[in-house]
Design a protein around this ligand. Structure first.
Ligand SMILES: [Zn+2]
Length: 545
């Protein structure tokens, strides 16, 4: 009886490049892929030639530099995808353009159909630098309910939308929310936080098929910017089903790690019932779609964030907290005991301090927890004592320079220059030994290299350089955006660096980001993105057979 020789390892792809930065300090010239994984690496361009067979695709990328694909630790792919089904008012540059887009959509819609806008708009991009009014939306679409949501915490509704939601002039504000009024007492149409959801709940949702299709096309836009994984920072259970539909159809072009929203409008009993009814826990799924955990929201954003000191432009206001700390501690403790990780939005320093109270209260009952079980999302403002408490408690932090990049001018007005400079001091967090993971939170495709440039320069879109002393170097920024996020997702053994046995998530650039001029990074886009051993962005067909 003769024994068959062991099947030799045959690569599916043999990739050679000017530099392949593993993100661990090692650097290679060739990398071999087999199936969804990296099979081999070599410091020599020809070091893996013996592993290539007749079916191996050989891709010589010339001078390109290869990095692990980016892993965004906090982004809203679902919202970005849903936005593609909505009136694209984020493209408007004036209130007139905004309302004419609404009125055009209304003319094409059947009578009475809700007109919903995209959420990624901001009044700072409108010439008038103000919100459209409810009355202007009435005039634009007199026969349709109109809801113009802006991000997660603010919306403008017209009269028919408010009526459909049963919101009258005497309606009390919902918990953690605000229904705006004009000086004469009539409704202004402006809704904040909890009040947004109160009205949005009456707007019909797109179908799961529509959403799954939108996830497919939108995720391709992220892949084209070098993103391999998105930690999806807030989904409903319906959203999760749309994700499963997209997953089943093979439509996703990025890996997704969703957080399920536990709304602060729920009573403690209802929040506990929701969590007990989920019937799963963190980590369920596969390499493409895996549930990260639960999402809580402690405060608002640049407007509505809970601050230790009053707002610069409103001395009577220091923001609001959405959760009673004792109730949230009870809910989170039960969730952790049932196997859940928790990420909580905390933007202002008072929210961060209160969240630290909650998380410390959880650990006091559960005993010490694995790293990245309890996570602070954003911590835009924090003081040193809070940062030290977070590090001591083992609470990781997701950080998003694009929030400062995008909203720096609003922060200057609402928080003042001193606090704006102190937003997300990554240098100090790292000096204290914090676990950080980088992301965007911008709810539309955002170039990761613009983010890296921003972390390294503290540059912003329209507010200049803010707090240059808090800049970090490019290799550190890249590490937080790859290995940092992989650790956050509990996948440091599978993702975040280039090594045999890891998933083949790679991105290739025409410049070497580690040696390029900083200013050349801001606009740098990839030539090729690979996720799980298949090209998700390959305009020049470099990986074609
Ligand atoms: Zn977010």
């Amino acid at each position: 009886m003769t024994r068959e020789p062991a099947e030799p390892l045959r690569l599916d792809y043999l990739i050679k490049a000017g530099a392949i930065h593993a993100m661990t300090g090692a650097s290679y010239r060739s990398v071999g892929l087999r199936g969804a994984e990296i099979a081999a690496v070599s410091p020599e361009p020809d070091g893996l030639d013996d592993l290539a067979g007749p079916d191996t695709v050989r891709a010589d990328l010339g001078d390109l530099t290869v990095l692990p694909a980016f892993s965004d630790s906090h982004e809203h792919l679902m919202e970005a995808s849903r936005n593609t089904l909505l009136v694209p008012v984020d493209k408007a540059r004036s209130v007139a353009e905004f309302t004419s887009m609404v009125s055009q959509a209304a003319r094409m819609a059947p009578p009475g159909k809700w007109i919903l806008t995209s959420m990624g708009w901001h009044e700072s991009n409108l010439a008038e630098n103000r919100l459209p009014t409810g009355a202007e939306l009435d005039a634009a679409a007199p026969g349709h309910p109109v809801l113009a949501r802006r991000g997660g915490h603010l919306a403008v509704a017209n009269t028919l939308a408010l009526q459909a939601a049963g919101v009258g002039t005497d309606q009390p504000d919902p918990p953690g929310g605000k229904i705006g009024h004009l000086p004469d007492g009539r409704l202004s149409g402006v809704l904040e936080s909890g009040a947004v959801y109160q009205v949005a709940a009456f707007a019909p949702a797109p179908s799961a098929e529509e959403l799954a299709g939108a996830l497919g096309t939108r995720s391709a836009e992220y892949a084209a910017l070098g993103v391999g994984t998105i930690r999806e920072a807030m989904v409903t259970l319906d959203d999760l089903q749309a994700y499963q539909r997209a997953w089943r159809g093979g439509l996703l072009n990025v890996r997704v790690r969703p957080l399920i929203r536990i709304g602060n409008e729920l009573s403690t009993a209802d929040a506990l019932a929701l969590i007990r009814g989920l019937g799963t826990w963190s980590g369920f799924g596969d390499d493409w779609l895996r549930i990260w955990g639960l999402k809580f929201v402690m405060d608002g954003g640049v407007e509505g964030g809970a601050l230790e000191q009053p707002y610069a432009n409103d001395p009577a206001n220091s923001g609001h907290l959405n959760w009673d700390p004792a109730a949230m501690t009870e809910v989170c403790t039960e969730a952790v005991r049932r196997g859940w990780r928790i990420g909580t939005h905390a933007a202002g320093d008072r929210a961060v301090r209160t969240l630290l109270d909650v998380y410390e209260g959880v650990v006091a009952q559960t005993g010490s927890l694995p790293p990245w079980t309890l996570v602070i999302e954003h911590a835009l403002l924090s003081d040193r004592a809070q940062r030290e408490r977070a590090v001591r408690g083992g609470f990781g932090v997701t950080v998003q320079h694009p929030l400062l990049w995008n909203m720096g001018s609003e922060m200057l007005v609402t928080w003042g220059p001193e606090r704006t400079r102190q937003v997300n001091p990554l240098d100090d967090w790292l000096a204290l030994g914090a676990s950080l993971a980088a992301g965007t939170d911008i709810a539309r495709p955002f170039n990761p290299m613009t983010n890296v440039w921003g972390m390294a320069t503290r540059g912003t879109k329209s507010a200049g350089i803010q707090g240059t002393e808090h800049a970090i170097d490019v290799p550190t920024a890249l590490r937080l955006y790859t290995l940092g996020s992989a650790a956050l997702n509990g996948e440091a053994d599978r993702l975040g660096s280039i090594a045999p046995g890891k998933l083949a998530d790679l991105v290739a650039y025409p410049l070497n980001p580690l040696t390029a001029d900083l200013d050349d990074l801001a606009e740098l886009t990839p030539a090729l993105t690979i996720v799980g051993g298949r090209a998700t962005h390959d305009p020049d067909k470099r990986l074609a057979r």
